[in-house]
Each structure stands twice: as C-alpha cells, then as structure tokens.
Design a protein around this ligand. Structure first.
Ligand code: ATR
Length: 279
C-alpha cells in the first residue's frame, strides 16, 4: 500500500487560498489517498519549512506570495522554466531531491488555448504589465511561436528590460503606455497581467476600452472578480473574453499531474473553486 501523499501550499498570508479545496477535490475525484494542507509560513521560517518538507516526506508543495523567488535557493534543482522566469510555484520531491518548477505560465497558456484561442502561433499579442505574473505567462507564450509580443507597462524601463532579456525567445518589443493605441491597432490578443481592476478596485480598467475595437480576444489574469470591468466591456464590444480562474485551475492541474502522475480532473477542480467562491 502506498502511503497517503503529503501535499500543501506555503504562503503568507495563506488563509484565503483556494488551493486546498481544489486539490482535495482532485485527489477525491481520482481516488488518490492524500492530504493537501495550507501552511502559513512567515519569511523567516521558509528555510526550516523546506527542511521539514524533506524530513516529513512531502511529495510536493505549491508556493505562493511572498516565497516564489526566495524558495529557489533551498531547492536541489530548478526546471528550465522556473530558472528563466525566476520564480517557483511548485516543488516536486523526487526521492529526496527537491525540484522547483513554474506551472503558472504553462497553466495560463493551457487555459487560454482550451477556453479562448486554440491556436496562438502567428498571433499578435499585447501584454499589459511587466511584473512577476507577466514573466511567467510571456515565457510560456513565447513557446507558442506568436508573430510578436508587445509589452506595455506603466514603468517603461521594466518592460524594456524584460523584452531585452527574452529577445532570444520571441519577437518581443516594449512600448511606453503613451503608445498604447499604436500597440493595439492590429493586436489579436490583449492580456492584462496588472492588478488594475482587482477587488476591491473593481471599477478600474488598465486601458482605454475604446482601443479594443478590433481585438479578437481579451484576457485578464484577475479572477476576483471573475469578470473584471475590462472583460465585461470587451465582451460588450464583441471581443471573446478569457478570465483568470482558468490560469489558477490549470497551474494546479500541472502541479497535480507532476505529483501524482494522474491526469488532473480540471472540471472537478474548477467546480470546487467556484462553489467555494460563492459561499
Ligand atoms: P505581479 O507579481 O502580480 O505581477 P508586480 O511584480 O508588483 O506583481 O507587478 C505588478 C504589475 O502591475 C506591474 O507591471 C505594475 O506596473 P509598474 O511596473 O509600473 O509598477 C502594474 N501595475 C500595478 N498597479 C498599476 C496601476 N495602478 N496602473 C498601471 N499599472 C499597474
């Protein structure tokens, strides 16, 4: 008999994380014995927590704010994506070796392709924002061979640095926000990675909605609210819209698949999160 899998998520704060509910549903659905717990870990306890993970034989952990960067130094190996993105959201314990991965970007792209844009090759993509969330998704988008990726950010230097760093991966350019209209003129897909529009500032939008006239797909990483004002307005303009819940579900789906070797029951995972959000 296999031992029940020990899994969890570390963060600070952690009380509102939906990961335990989502992974409990996934384990149940697949009939896998395991326990996924939320662990409140302050930054000064991070190293000890990773040591405990080894000693207690955890199979895996998810890592959330503020530990995604700092945790890397305590791991034995980093997958290529985690190394280049500079952040780990999933740790897999392979017979005592802790491997850091990043499933945020690939989770986002899998969700986008299943829910809104089956094909990303050759597309013209505009990304709003150049922070940590943008890094993960741009890295994964580049692998889809888009025609080009244009970065727009309030602080243009940050977008320029990112475009330069990843010029080997795709045709990536940075433009200042003052050139938003130009960037959007022939965009197929616009993705908001900034926090603009997130609860409680739900009336805010990260760009002038009128500029979305010809855009086919508008995507927002925010999932609280499930439909941001940006998405609502884009939908009313006839754009196809894609919200952030899918990214959350699919980053968890990849983690689940690494830990268990079983395919993730994404519908059950999504339903569990949605049911909990409506409480
Ligand atoms: P995350 O890891 O969530 O991406 P982050 O690294 O702090 O967090 O990045 C937040 C992103 O949202 C940045 O691109 C930020 O722009 P700056 O680089 O100019 O700070 C963007 N952002 C946050 N609040 C914003 C606002 N009110 N208007 C425009 N952009 C904003």
């Amino acid at each position: 008999m296999n031992q029940p899998l020990k899994l969890g998520v570390i963060g600070d704060p952690i009380a509102h994380s939906k990961s335990p509910i989502m992974h409990a549903a996934a384990l149940r659905e697949r009939g896998i014995a395991g326990d996924y717990s939320a662990l409140h870990v302050k930054p000064d306890r991070l190293e000890d927590t990773i040591r405990t993970m080894r000693e207690e034989g955890y199979r895996g952990l998810n890592v959330t704010i503020p530990h995604k960067e700092h945790v890397m130094q305590y791991l034995d190996e980093l997958a290529e994506d985690a190394r280049r993105i500079g952040a780990v959201n999933t740790i897999v314990n392979e017979a005592g070796r802790l491997i850091g991965r990043n499933t945020d970007g690939i989770g986002y792209v899998r969700s986008l392709k299943e829910e809104a844009a089956a094909e990303l090759t050759g597309r013209r993509i505009v990304v709003l924002g150049a922070g940590g969330a943008a890094r993960g998704i741009i890295y994964a988008l580049a692998a889809e061979k888009p025609n080009r990726i244009t970065l727009l950010n309030r602080t243009p230097e940050r977008a320029q640095a990112l475009a330069a760093e990843w010029s080997d991966l795709a045709d990536i350019a940075a433009l200042p926000s003052s050139r938003t209209a130009e960037a959007l003129q022939d965009a197929d897909l616009v993705i908001n990675t900034t926090s603009v529009g997130m609860h409680p500032n739900m009336e805010d939008v990260p760009l002038d909605i009128e500029l979305l006239k010809g855009t086919e797909i508008v995507s927002d990483l925010i999932y609280n609210p499930l439909e941001t004002r940006l998405l609502r307005s884009a939908r009313q303009k006839g754009c196809r819209v894609h919200g952030g819940l899918g990214m959350f579900v699919y980053q968890g789906a990849y983690a689940f698949e690494y830990w268990t070797g079983a395919s993730a029951p994404v519908d059950a995972m999504r339903s569990a999160v949605l049911a909990n959000m409506k409480l």
